[in-house]
Write a protein that binds this ligand. Structure first.
Ligand code: PLP
Length: 360
């Protein structure tokens, strides 16, 4: 007889993970919006040092990491939550805020973990389509907020469409959201956004206790293999609630040590952003030369429609045969054929572009 699972297991979507694990030598891994740059030597040394005390549990309050983040972002440590990746914080926020009868509002297509929050909690997901430039339609999202709304998520820059909205528009939106509704501004890619100083949104926390800025060490810091993210919050209430719903040791000792060290190397962060943006400009230019129209990327990946009569699966298959892994838009909520492609190293990007040109 088969095991009988809870009713919600039937509702929770299986995360559309990219392939390619275990074959890193030959593949161009452009499917998961990772950093192509290896962790910095100083970060690796910090991990090595932390290995000596792995017989001890990690600090459950993440005190050094929260203090270091507090100094870096000028946010009191009591208003900073750490997570086993920022996805851990998202899921915990869903558990702390949502329940049957409650609603959450987010744009679609957007980050593929958002549907899990409603499915896991039994809350109702209200999704709002993007505008014609593949950006969040904030007025339409505002119109969907009801007395049942507990959580609104804005992903800026948006995954998978790479686009960003000016912070002034987001600030005006947050002003209109009722103060008891939590707003998560998912800024996983904010360092790559040239429209804005990545620190500018932090000022909004002062006037909005319901605001949460969700950030991660996975992208610009290149530490996704260790799993560490953080939330800068407008009040102490959310970090407290997130800790109530999680196991005590959610962030491992190596991740805590690496993240603290990573924060001491802002110059390298800037250098990596510059190199990624240079690739962004040249990849997008070549895509346009092929007759395609990539969205205006403010992230470390591009989003490019293939045209209604092209076969997305065939193109994905052709790229895969040539050792190049990207994401197909259909698995990420796109109604029309599209690709999401991480900007990799120059050589990887050239391989992708040459292969795509051949396949088109
Ligand atoms: C928009 C967005 N938010 C959050 C995350 C989660 O990152 P992590 O859990 O690695 O911090 C991702 C990862 O791809 C993302 O695209």
């Amino acid at each position: 007889m088969a095991i009988e699972f809870s009713e919600r297991i039937g509702r929770i979507p299986v995360y559309p993970a990219a392939g390619g694990y275990g074959e890193h030598e030959t593949l161009a891994l452009l499917a998961s919006n990772e950093s192509p740059f290896a962790p910095l030597p100083a970060v690796r040394e910090a991990i090595e040092r932390a290995m000596a005390t792995l017989n001890r549990y990690p600090d459950p309050s993440n005190s050094l990491l929260r203090a270091t983040l507090g100094e870096r972002y000028e946010v009191p440590p009591a208003r900073i939550a750490i997570g086993n990746g920022s996805v851990d914080l998202l899921l915990a926020a869903g558990e702390a805020l949502l329940e049957p009868g409650a609603e959450l509002v987010y744009a679609w297509p957007s980050f593929s973990m958002y549907p899990h929050l409603a499915a896991a909690s039994g809350a109702r997901a209200v999704t709002v389509g993007l505008d014609e430039r593949e950006r969040h339609d904030l007025p339409a999202m505002l119109a969907q907020i009801t007395v049942a709304t507990r959580l609104v998520i804005v992903c800026n820059p948006n995954n998978p469409t790479s686009t960003a909205l000016p912070l002034a528009e987001i600030a005006a939106f947050i002003d209109e959201v009722p103060a008891h509704v939590c707003v998560i501004l998912d800024e996983a890619y904010c360092e790559f956004n040239l429209l804005e100083d990545p620190d500018a949104s932090i000022d909004l926390l002062q006037s909005h206790p319901n605001l949460v800025l969700l950030r991660t060490f996975s992208k610009v810091h290149g530490l996704c293999g260790l799993r560490v993210g953080f939330a800068l919050c407008g009040s102490e209430a959310l970090p407290r609630a997130l800790d109530q719903v999680r196991q005590p040791f959610f962030c491992n000792a190596l991740a805590q040590a690496a993240a603290v060290e990573a924060l001491a190397h802002q110059d390298e962060v800037l250098d990596r952003v510059t190199r990624t943006v240079a690739e962004r400009i040249s990849v997008d230019e070549r895509l346009r030369a092929m007759g395609l129209s990539p969205a205006e990327s403010q992230a470390n990946f591009c989003w490019v429609g293939l045209g209604a009569d092209r076969d997305e699966q065939a193109i994905m298959g052709g790229l895969r045969e040539r050792g190049i892994l990207v994401r197909g838009g259909s698995s990420l909520g796109s109604p029309t054929p599209a690709l999401r492609v991480t900007y990799g190293l120059p050589e990887e990007n050239r391989r992708f572009l040459d292969a795509l040109e051949e396949l088109l």
